[in-house]
Design a protein around this ligand. Sequence first.
Ligand code: MLT
Length: 399
Amino acid sequence: MANLNEHYRDLKDSYLFSEIAKRVDTFAKAHPEKKIIRMGIGDVTLPLAPAVTEAMHTAADELGKAETFRGYGPEQGYAFLREAIRDYYAKNGVRLQSDEIFVSDGAKSDVGNITDLFAVDNTVLVPDPVYPVYVDTNIMDGRRIIYMDANADNGFLPMPDRSVHADLIYLCSPNNPTGAVYSREQLAEWVAYALENRAVILFDAAYEAFIGDEGLPHSIYAVPGAEKCAIEFCSLSKTAGFTGTRCAYTVVPYALEQTAADGTLLSLNRMWNRRQTTKFNGVSYIVQRAAAAVFSEEGIRQAREAIAYYKGNAAVIAKTFDSLGFRYFGGLHSPYIWMECPDGMKSWDFFDLLLEKAAVVGTPGAGFGSNGEGYFRLTGFGSREQTEEAMQRMRALLG
Ligand code: MLT
């Protein structure tokens, strides 16, 4: 008999976005006449940029010729992409070595897989509300999780509590789901806390490209000392519309070491490299060429145009909520608007109301944790027309 990992029994029945998809599907089947507007999962809608598809075509042609065909690539990613990412960080004032960058098929997978490096008896600190992957992957392993309050009073940016010890700390900035962004000074406090506790920060920077104020940090490594205590995850999903194309990267600095039980210093970069070379065979050459094109001058310009469009949608939502007198957070350096449900409604009730009466889909805050109760997340990733239409429907329903 195979003994199972019974920690899976501690998980909710289904993953948040699968649950939403299931409910929306049921509604769509029952009401085929309704034109549903989806502002739930943060999935992009604009096509890939011309610089990206051109690079894909060229790479596909290379693979079709004997002289330029390639089989297995390096598990860590091709040097051309790792160097392009290194140079992109340098533009934001962060110096990395390309071997500290590991290319992968998604930040979600890496955020889950990184738990391989850590023992189960670590205490994990996560904000509440939180991107559910941080929580679910640790429940799967049976780690103890401590939640810190993110709420309207602290602008959904919780700060370290010196009376609490943690070994692993998850931070996401710009934040999913609230859109809140940590300042450099705030991140410096987190780095100081992590160094004091010999903890590791797992920093999710998937939305860094939405930062519009150059005073705000794009990376935890903007803070000196972070290279000794932080791993950073980033993705091209939101930066360049790669949600279906799949390409991301994880930074594990050489300076990041932890002491083993016998006193030996272990390098997390070496451990992650060992993990990836054993369990991962790299991202396809075509996708890596496409990803490298994102970091070209033209690629960056085209990606910025798409981000400006999505932020324009977020501004349409914000303007509507301002005029309706709704309280909300985010939207400025983020594709997400985090709104308070009107009339003190519970978030799943508001989800049902909006779906049934306006055929608009959002994400109930309670799906991100108990502090998310009473809140609701909408994304700016739709088309301008659909965003405007959704706002008209919400105005008609709630105005
Ligand atoms: C979200 O909607 O929170 C994201 O799209 C989920 C993800 O990036 O995996």
